[in-house]
Design a protein around this ligand. Structure first.
Ligand code: AMP
Length: 408
């Protein structure tokens, strides 16, 4: 089965082609036969396309247009043309899976895309104005280029549909809830994948474990997973709530926004400040990238040190706030760009939880290309670093749904 996955963000669009018939160990993430990336952040009216195949062929080119549909088409044609060709024609693609950021309260699992589902993704763009429109753009590009290949939406909110009301209702007026203003949670594909992978690594059923999964990348969120279900998560109505992030503030006193609005700032100003000029970048004044923060701390930069300490403090506060909903903690998981690579974040967070009997093994605190355990043998909480594979998880989910529908 050849499954194409599209994972569109605000500034990049990642795509992968998996050939699952070549996958000898289906429980382990397979390497895609083709990976493509569109980077829309270039100055001027151009996008950069980068392609890499499992066979070692690469392509990098600038497409001089701001016509996004044309750029997506150019990327997809590298699947079956030129040096990076891995299939004879688009007809070889069996399924297409899309990461769709917001599925609202109604989409609780992977769904085959129909006109009604497209209409819902468009409608839910009021809650995810940056992401849902680009997800829809990818779906429509596939319709134009690949015709009526089965397409599926895997929603980043879906894993959190099991949140109890106490976790998803905001204590504002009740009619907020009726308007859909509630907590949804995000990064669900990643939190679900790493919790399943943790159970697999530990050789224990997921349903027997109490986990907290820390997805720490450009966007950051933590989720409490009990009996395989999300029971609490740090992102809310939008991906702005919760932890301090690369350039997002995370949770702040909403009174600050009222104050700034009264001072004459517009909603667009606040949107920009909270999403692009806050977090590590806002406090350090330097960068949203944790690697740059460490380099600046090493050079004696005090604001960078404050940014790092705040990041850890906010993370500890969020993780500790989840302990009551789990009634304890068996496993702590780190994932995504910072979570997979940063021993100072591992030790910084874990230092606050030694009272739980959590102990890291100093000899294991090294970055590794493999999933790894970093807790000491006598730690009462197992601590794992797991590489997230959202695209692989999307491919697997679509395949499962498709196979089930074919059997019915
Ligand atoms: P992601 O959104 O998962 O791709 O994560 C991207 C972020 O991961 C970057 O902005 C960096 O802050 C962080 N990152 C990547 N590599 C490292 C590293 N070696 N050490 C610390 N942070 C890293």
């Amino acid at each position: 089965m050849k499954i194409l996955v599209l994972n569109a963000g605000s500034s990049t669009q990642k795509s992968c082609l998996y050939d699952l018939s070549d996958d000898a160990a289906p429980d382990m993430p397979a390497t895609p036969v083709w990976e493509g990336l569109i980077d829309w952040t270039h100055q001027g009216e151009a996008a950069e396309i980068r392609v890499e195949t499992a066979g070692g062929k690469t392509l990098k080119k600038l497409v001089p247009t701001d016509d996004r549909a044309k750029v997506i088409a150019d990327l997809l044609y590298t699947l079956c043309q030129g040096d990076t060709r891995v299939i004879d024609s688009f007809a070889a693609i069996d399924l297409v899976g899309h990461r769709v950021v917001h599925g609202g309260a109604e989409y609780r699992e992977c769904t085959r895309i129909t006109p009604a589902v497209k209409e819902a993704i468009a409608r839910l763009a009021v809650f995810a104005p940056v992401h849902n429109p680009v997800n829809l753009e990818g779906i429509e590009a596939i319709e134009r280029i690949l015709g009526d290949v089965p397409q599926f939406a895997v929603f980043d909110t879906a894993f959190h549909h099991t949140l109890p009301a106490t976790a998803y209702v905001y204590p504002g007026p009740y009619d907020w809830l009726e308007q859909g203003i509630r907590r949804y949670g995000f990064h669900g594909i990643s939190h679900q994948y790493v919790s399943q992978r943790a159970a697999q690594l530990l050789g224990q059923p997921l349903t027997s474990l109490r986990l907290i999964t820390c997805h720490l990348g450009n966007g950051c969120s933590v989720t409490a997973v009990h009996e395989g279900r999300s029971v609490e998560t740090s992102m809310g109505f939008t991906p702005l709530e919760g932890l301090m992030m690369g350039s997002r503030s995370g949770s702040i006193d909403p009174g600050i926004l009222i104050h700034l609005l009264r001072q004459g700032h517009t909603p667009d100003d606040l949107d920009r400040v909270l999403n692009q000029e806050s977090g590590l970048k806002g406090i350090s004044g330097l960068s949203n990238d944790m690697r740059h923060i460490h380099a600046a701390i090493a050079a004696g930069n005090e604001r960078a040190a404050l940014a790092f300490d705040l990041f850890i403090h906010r993370l500890q506060t969020a993780v500790s706030g989840m302990l009551p909903s789990l009634g304890g903690l068996d496993v702590l998981v780190f994932t995504a760009g910072i979570g997979e690579n940063d021993p100072l974040v591992w030790s910084g967070l874990c230092r606050g939880f030694e009272f739980l009997g959590l102990k890291l093994d100093p000899d294991r605190l090294q970055r590794s290309p493999d999933d790894q355990e970093i807790s000491a043998p006598d730690s009462r909480v197992r601590v794992l670093v797991i590489h997230t594979h959202e695209d692989w998880a999307i491919a697997q989910t679509c395949l499962r749904l498709y196979s089930t529908s074919q059997r019915q």
